[in-house]
Design a protein around this ligand. Structure first.
Ligand SMILES: [Zn+2]
Length: 740
């Protein structure tokens, strides 16, 4: 049976389409189609290829998934022709200088002649050797013990960015090519993958490296395909039919053949530049999408490498200059309950100060009680801390549990900040600390002579702190800041006291004074706490009722600063609607949501009166948000807050509604559905709104017309059922341009 031109084109189109979706999903972490739609494309290609086997290309997505290993069958063992040796790991600048000194002595290169170094990030993945014959991927082998590895070819074929066939232009692939590099996962892709596992009830994986090394050695390629694996080459180890004089040339060739190499690599002249590359990359390590634990520097000149050769253990011509460790252990001294802006109680771990990945950690969040229980923490345990990504290091688990009786110095080693109300950064729990100070006051007077440690040994920690030897965390029955009984809410616990609870009052006042709200820059956290403690701020709106005569009596306030604040408040009293909404500190409503609301509701009164159904018609507002917003507006203390703002002279500036009244689509309610060809959804929305229309997400009797693009589904159907006008994209554009 001969294959028609149409069929050939169809197969090519399906292949290209699948490859594009693979790329979107695994490399750019987004999707345009559902899993079912992807499977359908895959099935159609497979069917075509089965009917016309001559259509199968070696790089077809269907060729990436092979058969699983038979029961009890292991991977074939393969001896490395060139051993995969380790790289000398160096930690200090002195060690790096010594390394180069040795090279100079060996090569008899004088001081004045700098070496060219090929420098690149050292990825924390799984090392692998790939073999290509005449441009076709034929074998992939793990490092193993460096001498003998395992043949994991079938698994590596599923790695999306690993070319099965090398590009033949601009240069011909060599007869034989061995490339070495790293199989790895992007942190973001790993997190998403882990989340999906958790949703399916599968165990979550510790980190991208462990997940990768597990995936590479699984015995079913179809399973491996689900992991977001990628490949990054770092060296050409063997080549027949091509010749390179420098590392840079070989990297260029890899890139010509379509093999991915690190974009961060480069050639630098002299050791100082190689050291500088390390210092430049280290602070970026958490913004690079992969885990990187140092840099690798190798001599660019391959003839020099040849002269240096290898030792039995490692190569002489390259070194790894490691970054500061991102893992550390420390002792868990206390767990303190923090009260957040919206009343959420969050346990926080206090540990002995320790450096992790370049930051010194004294305390870190433990998220919620479930998380603490899952980690199995008891006070006094030696715990693992790890820094992943650009966030505060987290407690990962117990390294060594606390045992036996309480050590004699346990109390003395507790962090002083848990006892001292003048220090510490946890300003928010001001009320809590005040309480602690009062309790401790009587003892304090007798203790003036004694040193800090003895003080700690006898004083009472501030409320919310649990610090007994081998104690396990329990959620307090009462809010540590205000004493109100706590409530469970999902996996969290709350203090329901709202503005009556100091940390919540301070947090919400901060939001009101903060970015995107009234932006009263002079009122930071510390000054707000001071005003709260002096009873001058009892609701966030009291900021607009401050009396200069009272302010000036406070510590740290001078005539000038009072004057400045009064002026700033006067300038800020008229606030755009969306900023006013941010200032209200409605849970779930940040600047983006506030903007949506301000655009869809003409006035505050209209918004306050809206029910959930009305809110849900605003595109971008989900059920949880709608519930949170309506609940907020009915609470008497919030109505009082808005009144107090108005009494303080605050006015709301509404956006210019003239377009709504006079635009070509004034007063119309429009719904977009399906995929538009000429406009993005956001553009279409902006266009309609610019003409005075209101764009909503669901079709109802109130909808004036529906604009349906390609693949429009249920919304289009519903519109037709309701007898609404349905326009296609061209008709909508005509309408927008005023052609009819
Ligand atoms: Zn409270």
């Amino acid at each position: 049976m001969s294959v028609g031109k149409g069929t050939i084109e169809q197969a090519a189109k399906l292949r290209a389409e699948l490859q594009r979706h693979d790329r979107l999903y695994y490399i750019e972490s987004r999707t345009e189609i559902s899993d079912a739609e992807y499977d359908e494309l895959f099935r159609r290609l497979k069917e075509l290829e089965q009917r016309h086997p001559e259509l199968v290309t070696p790089d077809s997505p269907t060729q990436r998934v092979g058969a699983p290993l038979a029961e009890g069958q292991g991977f074939a063992r393969v001896r490395h022709e060139v051993p995969m040796l380790s790289i000398d790991s160096l930690f200090t600048v002195e060690e790096v200088r010594e390394f180069e000194e040795k090279l100079r002595r060996f090569l008899k290169t004088p001081e004045g002649e700098p070496f060219d170094w090929a420098v690149e990030p050292k990825f924390d993945g799984v090392s692998i050797a790939l073999f290509y014959e005449h441009g076709h991927f034929v074998r992939g082998v793990t490092r193993g013990d460096g001498e003998v590895g395992e043949d994991v070819t079938a698994n590596l074929r599923t790695v999306r960015n690993l070319p099965l066939v090398l590009a033949a232009k601009p240069r011909k692939p060599p007869a034989l090519l061995e490339v070495r590099g790293e199989v790895l996962m992007r942190r973001a892709a790993f997190q998403r993958f882990n989340q999906q596992r958790a949703e399916r009830g599968e165990p979550v994986l510790a980190n991208p490296r462990n997940a990768t090394s597990g995936a590479v050695r699984r015995n079913d390629p179809a399973e491996v395909k689900r992991y977001p694996l990628e490949f990054q080459a770092w060296a050409v180890t063997q080549v027949e039919g091509a010749r390179f004089d420098t590392h840079a040339e070989s990297v260029q060739a890899l890139s010509d053949w379509g093999i991915p190499t690190s974009e961060l690599g480069r050639i630098v002249r002299g050791l100082e530049a190689a050291l500088a590359f390390h210092d430049e990359l280290e602070p970026q390590r958490f913004t690079i999408p992969y885990d990187v634990d140092g840099i690798v520097a190798k001599l660019d000149d391959l003839a020099l490498r040849e002269r240096l050769g290898t030792t039995s253990r490692s190569t002489r011509w390259q070194y790894a200059h490691k970054f500061a460790a991102v893992e550390a252990t420390s002792t868990l001294r206390a767990i303190e309950v923090m009260v957040g802006t919206f009343g959420r109680l969050t346990p926080r771990a206090h540990v002995d100060p320790v450096e992790v990945g370049g930051v010194t950690v004294r305390h870190t969040t433990l998220h919620n009680a479930d998380h603490v229980a899952k980690l199995g923490l008891a006070l006094g345990d030696r715990v693992f801390l790890e820094r992943a990504g650009d966030v505060i290091p987290q407690v990962m688990g117990v390294a060594k549990p606390a045992e036996g009786e309480e050590p004699a110095d346990w109390r003395a080693t507790l962090p002083a900040e848990l006892f001292d109300d003048a220090k510490g950064d946890a300003v928010k729990e001001g009320a809590a600390k005040e309480g602690a100070a009062k309790e401790g006051a009587a003892k304090e007077s007798d203790e003036k002579e004694s040193d800090e440690k003895e003080k700690t040994a006898t004083k009472v920690p501030r409320p919310g702190v649990q610090c007994r030897w081998r104690e396990r965390f329990v959620v307090p029955e009462h809010c540590p800041a205000c004493g109100t009984p706590t409530l469970a809410s999902g996996k969290y616990w709350l203090c329901p006291n709202g503005l009556g609870c100091t940390p919540q009052l301070v947090g919400r006042t901060q939001l009101l004074c903060g970015r995107g709200a009234f932006e009263i820059e002079r009122l930071g956290e510390k000054l707000i706490l001071q005003l709260v403690q002096h009873g001058m701020v009892q609701t966030p709106a009291d900021v607009f009722h401050l009396e200069p005569a009272k302010l000036i009596e406070l510590e740290r306030w001078g005539e000038k600063s009072v004057e400045n604040l009064v002026r700033e408040l006067a300038e800020r009293r008229a606030a755009p609607f969306e900023r006013y909404l941010v200032a209200l500190a409605i849970p779930e409503v940040g600047p983006a949501t506030a903007r949506l609301l301000a655009r869809h509701f003409a006035t505050l009164a209209e918004l306050a009166a809206a029910d959930e159904e009305r809110l849900l018609r605003v595109e971008g507002i989900g059920p949880e948000m709608a519930r949170s917003i309506t609940a907020w507006f009915v609470a008497p203390q919030h109505q009082a807050l808005m009144k107090r703002l108005a009494d303080g002279g605050v006015t709301i500036v509404y956006p210019d509604r003239s377009l709504r009244a006079t635009g070509r689509l004034a007063g119309k309610t429009v719904v977009f559905t399906g995929t538009l060809a000429k406009l993005s959804r956001a553009e279409a929305k902006r266009l309609a709104e610019g003409l005075g229309a209101q764009v909503t997400s669901s079709v109802s009797q109130n909808t004036d017309f529906v604009v349906a693009g390609a693949d429009a589904g249920s919304k289009r159907k519903k519109a037709l059922e309701l007898g609404l006008t349905v326009l296609d994209e061209a008709q909508f554009l005509e309408l927008a341009r005023g052609a009819s």
